[in-house]
Design a protein around this ligand. Sequence first.
Ligand code: BDR
Ligand code: CA
Length: 314
Amino acid sequence: MRKIIIDCDPGHDDMMAIMLAAASGNVNLLGITTVAGNQTGDKTFTNALKVVTLIGENIPVARGCDKPLVRELVTAPQFHGQTGLDGADLPSAVINPAAEHACDFIISTARQNGTITLVPTGPLTNIALALTKDPGIKNNIERIVLMGGGMHDSNVTPAAEFNIYVDPEAAKIVFNSGIPITMVGLDVTNRAIMTPGEIEDLNKPGGRVSGVVVPLLQFFAKANKDIFDLPGAPLHDALAVASVIAPEVIKTKHRRVDIEVSGELTRGMTLVDIYGVTGKTPNADVALELDNKLFISMMSSAVHTLDSRAAEGK
Ligand code: BDR
Ligand code: CA
């Protein structure tokens, strides 16, 4: 079973990513590390603690960087609200955070566990810092399956996806690290949509977890309808986790991806060398196709599993 760490900035879709991994019997979620992104570092960390409290699992949560490596933080309240998880009525956090900084948690967990898979679903600040602080952990990281970027698609500027845009210097370090990368970008995640009807169905027969998730996703679907005219909630980050659990949920092409760090209009762009014109060695498996039916069924099952576990724990 693959051992994973989710490095995230919850975030509606980050929350769904955590829940999918926690519910799955096919991955071992060793821990959650948080980073500033969708909201401030304080808020994303607190949100992760609340999510773990909601699902009632014993998963370590370590707080990481409050700002990108060299730039000022950009947040995304237009999608996630002022709390980062608007729409959700989450319980107060009752679990104790891990003592280590996220970066040290990643290093120590990688070293103690032989090989692990990192699943970053926010800006790549913590991952870049961990790789810089202890480059030897590259041998302990089997693969980085990240939500970020896009070959043809963008969301925060006409050129860039949010996670890469927020900390392009970190993204450059990660993409140049030599560690195998799967880039689960907007080309697929903007189509990983849960429709309003599917969201409502999560609450049948209903339970503690789905009762929180339904209004959460309704908020997120509305934001994405208002801003992008999407027909539902794009569960970007959860698709990265889904592809670790069931690789057939996406189809990829092995290509070179470079990160724009200095462009006037193109900060954070992921340049995918689709025709091999640079002659550079490919460094990423770029997701270009999606089985959304499979993905949505995985998400629904995960929520129902967590509802059942919550009911049993009562
Ligand atoms: C990514 O940006 C964030 O707002 C989401 O949580 C996701 O990780 C999508 O571009
Ligand atoms: Ca995210």
